[in-house]
Each structure stands twice: as structure tokens, then as C-alpha cells.
Design a protein around this ligand. Structure first.
Ligand SMILES: [Zn+2]
Length: 83
């Protein structure tokens, strides 16, 4: 029998949000005077700076972000230990 997926909830009862640092590799031309150009000549691929974690916007508690790697709830967000 399929089990129902339940979204991760904070101890205070509020919904948890997924937080992750994301960035982009930018390439700038060096000008004759040695300064860097204001606009990049190339915007590189976006990357994730870390694995991410879960945060409660109500009480600011943070939890590890877990996901199941198999089974019927594969890749769905799960709450780990409090950070
Ligand atoms: Zn909370």
C-alpha cells in the first residue's frame, strides 16, 4: 500500500523551506588600464555552492536536508537532524 508523503515540518509546526547558496561563474575582460570591465564577456554555468539545508522562516531553526534515494518517495525532501 503506498504511503503518503508528508512535507518536512519544523518542531514549531511551521513549513520548512529549502535554502542553498547558488552562484554563477563570470568572466571579465581586463582593460588597458588594468581595471576589470564592468560587464562580463561571458556568464558561465550556474553552480551550487553547497548541499543546502532546511530552514524555518518562523523560528529560524535549521535542519539538515535529506532526500530518499530509493522507493516511492525518491528525491523528495525530508527533514534531517537540527543543525
Ligand atoms: Zn520553526
Amino acid at each position: 500500500m503506498p504511503s503518503k508523503y508528508i512535507k518536512p515540518i519544523c518542531d514549531c509546526g511551521a513549513e520548512l523551506f529549502f535554502t542553498r547558496e547558488e552562484g554563477q561563474v563570470m568572466t571579465y575582460k581586463i582593460l588597458k588600464n588594468g581595471m576589470l570591465a564592468k560587464r562580463p564577456v561571458h556568464k558561465g554555468v550556474e553552480f551550487n555552492a553547497n548541499h543546502g539545508y532546511l530552514i524555518c522562516l518562523q523560528c529560524r531553526k535549521e535542519y539538515e536536508y535529506n532526500a530518499s534515494y530509493f522507493g516511492e518517495h525518491k528525491w523528495k525532501a525530508l527533514r534531517g537532524d537540527e543543525i
